[in-house]
Write a protein that binds this ligand. Structure first.
Ligand code: TMP
Ligand code: ASP
Length: 253
């Protein structure tokens, strides 16, 4: 097989040139990092789960008319996605307080926010993804005001979709991060959701018990990350729970 051209390697994924112009192959690694890479582990099989879960969320968004870069899953670890120009901002939406907003604003974890709150971080490992505001984004030209308006519209729609599908599975969508890119369709520029949506980039809690099924399990050493992600996959119907039926051997006479 011809060697593929590697375009970029990040902490959790590798991007390769796709088979056709305008496409990219996104490979999900088992590498798991937190705190800007300070905490690292390779968790066997994590990339398979994030690939499947991201496929589930992105394909669902596409079907709901919320455009994403996702085209199709190629195999256990790879998906074909559209090439686009990435806006260098992480867009976070919070429904409940958790993670950095708790320490920044002195909120108790789990506090329901008066309404969904959007935050922006600059994508920069060297600067530790600092929080930025709309003034920074438009002044430095990372995105225009019109794009920011579209981003807000997009992130609220993503929140409605993700909250709905997770709620139906007994899971509370506490917060999530998305990334957005520019594509040109029929000479019109449009914004689409890119990167991944998975428990690596969302906080997902059991509605009844508050048990965490997302990357906080790794960040806070709460148990097996693989089991947490597998539980999400089972609840969403992305993977079948193993059957508990005991097959009795038949006696061959
Ligand atoms: P935070 O509470 O650490 O700011 O994270 C908010 C949400 O964004 C949480 O669901 C995790 C996600 N996130 C990422 O996906 N990548 C990141 O680099 C960071 C900092 C957060
Ligand atoms: N910032 C990401 C997280 O904590 C990954 C990392 O920092 O290495 O989820």
């Amino acid at each position: 097989m011809a060697k593929r051209k590697k375009l970029y390697e990040g902490k959790a994924k590798v991007l390769y040139e796709g088979p056709e112009p305008g496409t990219i192959v996104q490979y999900f690694k088992d590498d798991t990092t937190a705190f800007n890479g300070d905490k690292k582990e390779i968790i066997d099989g994590k990339g398979v789960l994030t690939n499947r879960l991201s496929e589930y969320f992105m394909a669902g968004l596409n079907s709901a008319g919320i455009p994403t870069h996702f085209l199709k899953r190629l195999n256990m670890r790879e998906q074909l996605v559209r090439y686009c120009e990435i806006i260098p901002i992480e867009i976070i939406l919070r429904n409940f307080a958790a993670g950095s907003i708790c320490s920044r604003l002195g909120l108790d974890e789990g506090t329901k926010l008066p309404r969904p709150v959007i935050e922006y971080c600059l994508k920069s490992d060297e600067l530790n993804d600092p929080l930025v505001n709309e003034e920074h984004i438009t002044s430095f030209g990372w995105a225009s005001q019109q794009e920011l308006d579209e981003i807000q519209f997009l992130v609220f729609r993503v929140n409605d979709f993700l909250s709905g599908v997770t709620y139906a599975a007994g899971i509370q969508l506490v917060d999530f991060k998305i990334e957005v890119g520019r594509v040109c369709d029929d000479a019109f520029q449009a914004l689409i959701v890119v990167d991944e949506i998975s428990p690596d980039s969302c906080r997902l809690w059991d509605i009844e018990t508050g048990e965490k099924f997302d990357k906080d399990v790794f960040r806070q050493d709460l148990g097996s990350l693989l089991e947490a992600y597998t539980e999400i996959a089972h609840r969403l119907g992305v993977m079948q729970r193993p059957s508990k039926t005991i097959v009795k051997p038949t006696l061959i006479t």
